[in-house]
Design a protein around this ligand. Structure first.
Ligand code: NZQ
Ligand code: ZN
Length: 389
């Protein structure tokens, strides 16, 4: 296990009837709020009404940025920065899934930066200051509600890139599982796959001696495998939604990557695909992950696959470890299929033509090599793209 620093300053307010806590939390940081939300789901499920009533009743000024799209665009970020400056906003409240929260984080940092906020994502600028922000999570998936990452798309350059800073960690997040009852089957499946992928990206690590982190990770994956199908069948099942919601935060708040390096190659590949096709992030990951596993499995790393197979999928440990490894890849693929996620990009209506693969692989490698569990060369990335097309 490597040395580590672990800092999760986000206050989690979890459970039913917790929305009203915003009126206790926001005034600790500001008085003039930018409310950031997406395409209208929060109006349909009435979270918007409840929220704005609370803000008005408590005399908190608010202005809005709405229409933040999935795979959020840098255009919304620029728009949000202008609104903040014009209205002297001093606090941002993101109400939605990962896209809304990531967009809010980019705005929070961009307000203090004279240049274009895209610079944070290309590495041209570092985040040095940020407005405080809080979140009301409505979709269990990314973990953005409890981490300092933000992923933004740029249609002009056809890139989707991430950045991270301690300054972007939300001050508080309201996690009311009831706010996710209205999430449809497709997004519930995508979110569940994203949480599993975050677990696997950190599970498949080259560092030995992280027994505790690995067992916690397996427990989060098992939670998703148990409750994902229940939430699909019964969207208003509080227990299922609550377990998925907490799994979302725990999978990417830094806890399971303490003392180790995560691989993240699957995410690097997915971000390129969703930049080109606008595919839902979790669906892309569910398609890529089994192909990535099949590509990287070898004699040296087979033990990790063996642990996954025995501890998560309950495969008999007396079987040959290579057999267990192959079986665990198969069972993961079956699980994603059972959630209604297809095995290939074309079946997910997100085809990318073969003649683009070379250029895509080069783009994916443009910020340096990817993969630490196993480094992926250009040819390996192309093989994965072919396998999933
Ligand atoms: O826009 P609205 O109307 O709100 O609808 C959204 C959107 O269409 C809908 N939705 C959200 N909550 C709902 C709901 N529909 C009904 N009821 C509700 N309660 O779901 C759709 C997808 O929302 P989105 O926010 O895009 O999904 P997700 O949370 O999966 O976020 C995906 C984005 O996060 C990035 C991804 O790359 C992608 O851009 N990621 C962010 C990370 C981070 N910041 O740590 C890490 C992740 O690995 C990921 O890369
Ligand atoms: Zn993800």
């Amino acid at each position: 296990m490597k040395n580590f620093k672990y800092n999760t300053p986000t206050k989690i307010i979890f459970g039913r009837d917790t929305l009203s806590e915003i009126v206790n939390e926001i005034p600790k940081y500001g008085q003039r709020v930018l409310l950031v939300y997406g395409g209208g789901s929060i109006k349909k499920n009435r979270v918007y009404n409840q929220l704005t009533e609370l803000l008005i009743k408590n005399k908190l000024f608010y202005t809005e940025l709405s229409g933040v799209k999935p795979n959020p665009s840098i255009i919304s970020v620029r728009e949000g920065i202008t609104i903040c400056r014009e209205n002297k906003v001093d606090f941002i409240l993101a109400v939605g899934g990962g896209s809304v929260i990531d967009c809010a984080k980019a705005i929070a940092a961009g307000v203090f930066y004279k240049g274009d906020p895209w610079d944070f994502y290309t590495g041209k600028a570092k985040i040095r200051e940020s407005l405080p922000l809080g979140t009301v999570l409505t979709l269990s998936a990314t973990g953005s509600e409890m981490n300092g990452f933000s992923v933004i798309s740029n249609e002009e350059t056809r890139q989707k890139l991430g950045t991270g800073s301690e300054l972007l960690k939300p001050k508080f997040s309201i996690l009311n599982p009831e706010h996710t009852f209205s999430v449809n089957e497709y997004q519930t499946a995508a979110g569940t796959a994203d949480i599993i992928s975050h677990c696997l990206e950190q599970y498949f690590s080259p560092q030995p001696g992280t027994y505790l982190q690995d067992r916690i990770t397996e427990a989060i994956i098992k939670t998703c495998i148990h409750y994902g199908p229940i939430a699909l069948k019964d969207p208003g099942n509080y227990e299922a939604r609550a377990n998925l919601m907490w799994a979302s935060s725990l999978a990417l708040n830094g806890m399971i990557s303490t003392g180790k390096e995560g691989d993240w190659a699957t995410h690097d590949i997915e971000h390129k695909i969703s930049a080109l096709t606008d595919l839902a992030h979790g669906v892309g990951l569910a398609i890529i992950t089994p192909a990535w596993m099949a590509e990287v499995l070898d004699e040296e790393n087979v033990d990790k696959f063996f642990s996954l197979g025995c501890n998560v999928f309950g495969i008999d440990p007396s079987y040959d470890k290579h057999q267990v490894a192959q079986e665990s890849i198969k069972l993961l693929r079956f699980f994603f299929l059972s959630l209604g996620i297809p095995e290939t990009l074309s079946k997910a209506n997100a085809s990318v033509s073969f003649d683009k693969f070379d250029e895509m692989a080069e783009d994916i490698l443009s910020f340096g090599p990817i993969g630490v569990f196993k480094k992926l060369e250009k040819e390996a990335i192309i093989r994965i793209l072919k396998a999933i097309s």
